[in-house]
Design a protein around this ligand. Structure first.
Ligand SMILES: [Fe+2]
Ligand SMILES: [Fe+2]
Length: 313
């Protein structure tokens, strides 16, 4: 079976053997004869964790509940295969399946999900159970997820797409709040200090600000305590990114605290709307940088975690 590919012994040129399988695969739209006749193979290209070079290897391809899977069995060898080390460092991969080539993100199934999947895999391909019996390491199960922006347009809305929508809503709310404060700055400059310039405006700003700050706080808390830990266990290569994003949440929270205090203490005619406007400007800048980095670095991984919540519009 195809899983035998990974661990060919040293009595022949393993790399030449792999190159031959890869060439045959590419010349025959994914079909490979000989000992792999009838098996479904996939070519997985990873980025070398140490070398930074592309590394392609043929693997057995499996599907459990329509989920694309490869198994880091290395034929029961005592150590993980190189491609597995590579995806731990960088989950972005290229997949060749049949005649198709597409970018994907590789997720390491955590326990107990891994055990559930492995049981199903052994039902389909009992050889993997034999490999597990040969080694003390827990053979990792890796799921492959297409990175395809066109999927959003086709109606598949993932958690990553939901994140971008949430950011867009927060961007809109903050822009509106900034506009309200800009009007307050103008009013404050033209009205005598003894007369409150526009009490209803300040009341509206207070309510809007509190609503926005609460929404942003929930968004960031959800990420820090929910999404980030889920991502960390499936995508170890995102560790540095996730730590930076969590640091940025703390910076944003500090600015939010300053703004909440300014709004709370603001009194028409005696408050300082220009300082409030400056703090909001600084919040908008920090947030935009944060949102942009988050969207660039974790949307594909979040989409791999699952669909967007259906109970939230
Ligand atoms: Fe965030
Ligand atoms: Fe976010």
């Amino acid at each position: 079976m195809s899983e035998h590919i990974e661990n060919a012994t040293t009595d022949f040129d393993f790399h030449a053997f792999q190159r031959q399988i890869i060439a045959e695969f590419r010349n025959n739209e994914g079909r490979v004869g000989g000992m792999f006749e009838g098996a479904t193979l996939v070519l997985l290209t990873t980025i070398g964790a140490r070398t930074g070079r592309q590394h392609t290897c043929p693997l057995a391809y499996l599907e459990v509940d329509e989920q694309a899977i490869v198994v880091a069995s290395a034929n029961g060898a005592p150590t993980h295969p190189a491609w597995y080390h590579n995806i731990r460092a960088n989950p972005m991969v290229t997949v060749e399946l049949g005649a198709e080539t597409f970018p994907a993100i590789a997720a390491i199934a955590p326990t107990p999900e891994r055990d559930r999947l492995f049981e199903r895999i052994v039902d389909m391909e009992p050889g993997f159970g034999d490999y597990q019996a040969e080694t003390t390491r827990v053979i990792p199960v890796v799921t492959l997820h297409r990175v395809n922006p066109a999927e959003g347009a086709a109606g598949i809305r993932g958690l990553g797409d939901f994140l971008v929508e949430s950011h867009d809503w927060l961007r809109g709310e903050l822009a509106e709040l900034q506009q309200q404060v800009a009007e307050l700055v103008t009013a404050d400059a033209h009205e005598p200090a003894a007369l409150p310039p526009c009490p209803s405006l300040t009341h509206g700003i207070r309510a809007h600000c509190s609503e926005f700050c609460s929404a942003l706080w929930h968004h960031h808390t959800g990420e820090t305590t929910g999404a980030f830990p889920l991502l960390a266990e499936r995508f170890p290569g995102l560790d540095r990114v996730l730590r930076q994003l969590a640091d940025e949440h703390r910076i944003v929270a500090r600015i939010q605290g300053d703004i909440a205090q300014l709004v709370e203490n603001y009194r028409p005619g005696t408050g300082d709307p220009a300082t409030l406007a400056a703090h909001l400007h600084s919040l908008a800048q920090e947030l935009e940088n944060h949102f942009a980095y988050e969207e660039q670095s974790i949307v594909a991984a979040l989409n791999a975690l699952g669909p967007a919540p259906t109970d939230i519009p």
